[in-house]
Design a protein around this ligand. Structure first.
Ligand code: ZN
Ligand code: ZN
Length: 557
């Protein structure tokens, strides 16, 4: 029975290139999960898009002297290129700038308004008299009323993680000129989040499968009590408010960006020639939706978006929100402004995609922050990908290719160690199946690499390259066994290392896409012609550590 899985992935702000923190936080785990379900034969819809409307974008565009539209279009093109080269396999990666997205957002807005979950109220809005403009949240800095941090932004405090309404902040400053904003009255729409307190509490209690960090943070927010939130503001960049008299206001990005999961699903359905094709993913009871996001986004996906969905009615709530923690770089907090980051386009200009996918999988910040270092990148590439997995595949393939007419040899009777390694491969396949279905990616890839280690030891013990001189059949048997283990490794490591798994698939003599061959155990047909084997991975030079660390923190002029 095939399952239906919606893989909903965080919408990156289209205000600059992607860095490894984005990839480890949301995009890689989402891609692993989508590939795993696809190879299992399940129906997957993986969507996201660039978030074009945040105030970080208008701020950045202003700094760069371009229009927000120009900035976001350029970033969107770069995102698409990064996904393609890194193998992040979206079914659709769109933008919040489409007419479809505006329509879907306005539909939700109007339904919530009709149901009484949206109301109007007068608020005093920060206005900078020197800059002659209303100041969106991110244009204000000041002191957090909750923890006292002096680096709070108008919408959220990064130090204590609490969202706030502008006006709650102490000692506010205009970020453009440093002046003190005045507050002026303006009429706005509010989402009645407080109405969902009980319903959300009951729902969250039942989500026992959520990660502890996600559950705990969500419960903490609920315990503090939910407050209504403004959903419109005085800016001109964003989705229009579908109510007469509000033409000069726009819908807040926090309200609109989460709707992107739904609008992207609808857009995808249209591209498939079936405008209703999104419905099963959102309406069937059995369909499951997974939201892959970074930890800074948890309340939007476990509280706000579910409340919007409850108010709208008829659509599935998130099944799981496997939020990751943060990735630090060489022991320091990642900072884009100080260029303390590893940028994806930059990485891809020098290295293959699978080594970074490997490192970020085996060192994924699933349950706590993890650190990226170039030394570890080098070590994991050379010692694990090249020396363990790559070497296993390469020596078995080349030796078989040369000595058995380029085909899979016939095995004799299997001895105990041969049976043991075959059983171990079966167990690992099962074990990884369970781990991947629960989004335990780190443990899953470690299990796969454990099997590669074991297979190397098996091969060393059997030494078919020596044995072949005395007994060709005994050598053939151990090669047959090793080839079969490799054949399962290509499957189980496919979600993590799609490029090398596809190559291995071809070296093993299979045609077409590996994804079409399924997750289950595959016996290698005796006599199957092998492809001409080449190394799966490239050994990297030690000097990269020094070169790459020197790039960190350099500010480009
Ligand atoms: Zn704070
Ligand atoms: Zn100002």
């Amino acid at each position: 029975m095939s399952e239906r899985i919606l893989v909903a992935v965080a919408w990156p702000y289209a205000d600059g290139p992607l860095h490894l923190g984005h990839i480890a936080g949301a995009y890689l785990p989402a891609d692993i999960f989508a590939r795993y379900h696809r190879i299992k034969g399940n129906q997957v819809l993986m969507v996201s898009g660039s978030d074009q409307h945040g105030t970080p974008i208008t701020l950045k565009a202003e700094q760069d002297g371009v229009t927000p539209g120009e900035l976001t279009a350029a970033c969107h093109r770069d995102f698409l290129e990064s996904w393609r080269r890194l193998g992040i396999s979206f079914d659709l990666f769109t933008t919040t700038g489409t007419e479809n997205h505006a329509k879907v957002t306005q539909d939700i807005f109007l339904k919530l308004l009709e149901e009484g979950y949206i109301y109007k109220a007068i608020v005093s809005q920060p206005y900078c008299p020197q800059c002659w403009r209303y100041l969106p949240d991110r244009y204000i800095e000041g002191t957090c009323p909750f923890c006292g941090s002096t680096a709070a932004r108008g919408d959220q405090c990064d130090d204590c993680g609490k969202p706030m309404n502008p006006g709650e902040m102490l000692e506010p400053r205009c970020r453009l000129c440093g002046g003190t904003p005045q507050f002026q009255d303006s009429e706005h729409f509010f989402f009645k989040l407080s109405d969902f307190q009980k319903q959300l509490g009951d729902w969250v209690k039942k989500q026992k499968h959520w990660r502890p960090n996600v559950r705990n943070l969500t419960k903490r927010y609920l315990k503090e009590g939910l407050r209504d939130r403004a959903i419109t503001r005085d800016i001109d960049w964003g989705v229009a408010v579908p109510v007469k008299g509000y033409e000069d206001k726009r819908i807040y990005v926090w309200f609109e960006a989460v709707i992107g999961y739904l609008s992207a699903s609808k857009e995808w359905a249209k591209t498939q020639g079936d405008g209703e094709g999104w419905r099963p993913f959102w309406e069937e009871d059995k369909a499951k939706s997974y939201y892959f996001i970074g930890k800074d986004n948890i309340p939007f996906h476990t509280i706000i978006w579910p409340a919007m969905l409850m108010g709208y009615g008829g659509l599935n709530l998130p099944y799981d929100v496997p939020a990751n923690e943060f990735l630090t770089i060489e022991g320091k907090k990642l900072s884009t402004s100080r260029n303390w980051a590893v940028w994806v386009p930059d990485y891809l200009s020098r290295y293959d995609p699978d080594p970074i996918r490997y490192l970020l999988s085996i060192n994924m910040p699933e349950n706590g922050d993890t650190d990226f270092s170039w030394r570890e990148f080098l070590r994991r590439n050379n010692d694990e990908l090249v020396a363990t997995y790559g070497n296993l595949a390469h020596r078995v393939l080349t030796f078989t290719y040369r000595n058995f007419e380029g085909g899979v040899p016939q095995a004799g009777e299997l001895d105990k160690p041969s049976e043991a390694i075959i059983n171990s491969a079966r167990e690992t396949l099962n074990n990884m199946d369970g781990l991947l279905s629960k989004c335990h990616f780190k443990q899953a890839i470690m299990a796969g690499m454990g099997l590669a280690h074991q297979a190397n030891r098996y091969l060393d013990d059997k030494s078919p390259w020596k044995v072949i001189k005395e007994d060709r059949q005994v050598a053939a048997t151990s090669l047959y066994v090793a080839l079969n283990v490799i054949c399962q490794l290509k499957t189980m490591l496919y979600p993590f290392l799609p490029f090398s798994s596809q190559k291995l698939h071809e070296y093993l003599g299979f045609a077409g896409k590996i994804e079409d061959y399924g997750w289950d155990w595959q016996d290698l047909p005796v006599g199957q012609k092998l492809g001409e084997p080449k190394p799966l991975f490239t050994k990297l030079d030690d000097k990269l550590v020094e070169e790459e660390t020197a790039r960190l923190g350099q500010v480009n002029c």
